[in-house]
Structure formats: structure tokens, C-alpha cells
Design a protein around this ligand. Structure first.
Ligand SMILES: Cc1cc2nc3c(=O)[nH]c(=O)nc-3n(C[C@H](O)[C@H](O)[C@H](O)COP(=O)(O)O)c2cc1C
Length: 308
């Protein structure tokens, strides 16, 4: 209390890239199912708000189209390594022109989780939906997600080297939930880790990401940046993540819902709501920038000793 918060900035950096706030757009598949212009709408909105858009491998638009829509806005590419290695190599070659500043390699999906809601609803990918880096040139590929998803289940720590070499980008591992894996990530040269359980879509019963975050932050011990996703819906959620040691948080479903409701305008609206909540929360915590939010904001270090 009684801190001058008349000037507040929400701006920060991720791997050295400036972003307008510590809330980034998580990679989620098939924006084209939610809005006609799909990833282009999201790219425009994220770029307008100055925040980072992490584009999924399961994008319905090409990297060239997304780069044209997103302009100079910061972007990472989320990578799935598929069974056909050549297809991943071709994907990375095409992505190199896409203006991506890092690669987020998703590591929590050696096998596709059993998504009971998808099964119950009989979810099918529309046969005419373009998926340039999944379907490739073969639109006649199978129709269910499981059949489309030719992910390489044999990927190991050893593969990080060729992924980094081919992408020529810093590699962030998405889907880390333990201190042990975080330490291995650092030892294998990861530039960052995203504490994530894939929005609860992979293994049922794993830790909530906010609970796993402190262990990962401790294991990493400042050797790489740590991010988190899962259930980030309000600016206050982002501030809690920062207090627990995250550099920034990602949101998936908040952006997906916005895209479905009102396309680019919807995503702009949700991102600006989150921005304003982060700004207000910073001020009410007595902070003027994201890096001032620390563990002391959630955990008293010295027990309060009442006078007398
Ligand atoms: C519909 C949907 C599709 C997703 N697709 C991908 C994907 O293609 N690649 C990936 O790494 N994560 C994917 N995710 C996981 C998100 O990146 C993120 O981890 C998760 O959504 C965060 O939780 P939240 O939705 O509660 O914010 C997807 C999530 C959802 C809900």
C-alpha cells in the first residue's frame, strides 16, 4: 500500500521478444472451425494487442498467410513431430519464412488422449477443412482426429537436437509438469518450458498446472524461462502465475471462445479485457510492472507480529 502506481506498464519480454502483456495466445488446433478466416483473425487480433500468438501445427492456414495477417506481431510455432519425418522437415522449412521467433515443441502427447466429449459428440474433422501441415497434400486422409494425428510416439530427449537444428530457433518444451522433466529440459538446451497439462485433454488426473508450477520454477532455478497454461481466464490468474514464478501465461479456451463468438473482434475484445485486468491487478498489488510480482504477493515471508 501507498506505492505510486500512477504509471503502470503491463509490457514484458518472452525470450527477449517484447510483448504488451504477460498473457499470450496458446496454440490450439483448427481456428478455421470457429471463424471463417481462422488463424488470420487470431493473428490480426494478437498483433493489434501486441501480444504473442503461438500457432498450432494443426493450423487451417499456412504460415505465409498467417505472417501476412499478423505482420510484425510476435509469433511462436507450436510443433508436433509427425511419424513421417520428412513431413516435419518440410513443415519446418516452410515455417522458417513465417517470422517465428521460437518453437514450442509439445511433449505431452506421444499418444492422443481419449477425449470422451469428442467421442460422445462424434466429432469429425470436416473433410474439406484445410490442414496444410497435417493432411499435407493428401486430403483423402482418414476423418477422425485419431487417424489424422500421425504423431511420432517414439520421440525422445535425443530428438531435441535435430528439431532445434532444423528449426534454427530456440526450443521451448510445452507440457512439462515435474521438476525432474524441467531439469532434463534445461540439460538438453531448452530455452524455456511451458507448465501445461494440455488443458486437461491428455492424461486424466495429472497435477493442476498452478500446483506444478512452483516445483518446475525451483528445478529450473533461473536457467530458462518458465511459462504456464491451463484455466487462465482472468487477469488475476495471470498475476497468480507470475507470483509463482512464471514469466508469462498462455490462454487457450478464452481466446477460442472469443474467436467463435465474434472472430477477430471477439479476440481483440477478450485480449483487451485481460490486459485491463492485468493492469488493474498490478496497480492494486502495488506493482508498476509484471516483474515486480513475486512470491511475497501470495505468501508472507515474515509472519505478522501484532504490536504489543
Ligand atoms: C480445442 C483445443 C485444441 C488444442 N490444440 C492444441 C494444439 O494443436 N497443440 C498444442 O500444443 N496444444 C493444443 N491445445 C492445448 C492448449 O495449447 C493449452 O495447453 C490449453 O488449451 C490451455 O488451457 P486453457 O484452454 O484452459 O487455457 C488445445 C486445446 C484446446 C482446448
Amino acid at each position: 500500500m501507498l506505492v505510486d502506481v500512477s504509471e503502470i506498464t503491463t509490457a514484458t519480454t518472452v525470450l527477449g521478444t517484447p510483448v504488451s502483456m504477460p498473457l499470450l495466445v496458446a496454440p490450439f488446433a483448427m481456428h478455421g472451425l470457429l471463424a471463417a478466416d481462422g488463424e488470420l483473425a487470431t493473428a490480426r487480433a494478437a498483433s493489434a494487442l501486441g501480444t504473442l500468438f503461438c500457432v498450432s501445427t494443426i493450423t487451417t492456414r499456412t504460415h505465409t498467410e498467417i505472417a501476412a495477417a499478423g505482420g510484425a506481431g510476435p509469433r511462436w510455432l507450436q510443433l508436433y513431430v509427425v511419424r513421417d519425418k520428412q513431413r516435419t522437415l518440410d513443415h519446418l522449412a516452410e515455417a522458417r519464412e513465417g517470422g517465428y521467433s521460437a518453437l514450442a515443441l509439445t511433449v505431452d502427447i506421444p499418444l492422443l488422449g481419449r477425449r470422451e466429449r469428442d467421442l460422445k459428440l462424434g466429432f469429425q474433422i470436416p473433410p474439406d477443412l484445410p490442414l496444410p501441415y497435417i493432411r499435407g497434400k493428401d486430403p483423402a486422409l482418414a476423418e477422425t482426429m485419431a487417424q489424422h494425428f500421425q504423431i511420432n510416439s517414439a520421440l525422445t530427449w535425443r530428438d531435441l537436437e535435430w528439431v532445434a537444428a532444423e528449426s534454427r530457433l530456440p526450443v521451448v518444451l510445452k507440457g512439462i509438469l515435474t521438476g525432474e522433466d524441467a531439469a532434463l529440459a534445461v540439460e538438453h538446451g531448452a530455452a524455456g518450458v511451458i507448465v501445461s497439462n494440455h488443458g486437461g485433454r491428455q492424461l486424466d488426473g495429472v497435477a493442476a498446472t498452478l500446483d506444478a508450477l512452483p516445483e518446475v520454477v525451483a528445478a529450473v532455478d533461473g536457467r530458462c524461462e518458465v511459462y504456464v497454461d491451463g484455466g487462465i481466464r482472468r487477469g488475476g490468474d495471470v498475476l497468480k502465475a507470475l507470483a509463482l514464478g512464471a514469466r508469462a501465461a498462455f490462454s487457450g479456451r478464452a481466446v477460442a471462445a472469443a474467436l467463435a463468438v465474434d472472430g477477430e473482434t471477439g479476440v481483440r475484445h477478450v485480449l483487451s479485457l485481460l490486459h485491463d485486468e492485468i493492469e488493474l491487478g498490478l496497480g492494486l498489488l502495488g506493482c508498476t510492472s509484471p516483474d515486480q510480482v513475486t512470491r511475497v504477493h501470495i505468501e508472507p515471508t515474515v509472519p505478522y507480529d501484532p504490536p504489543g
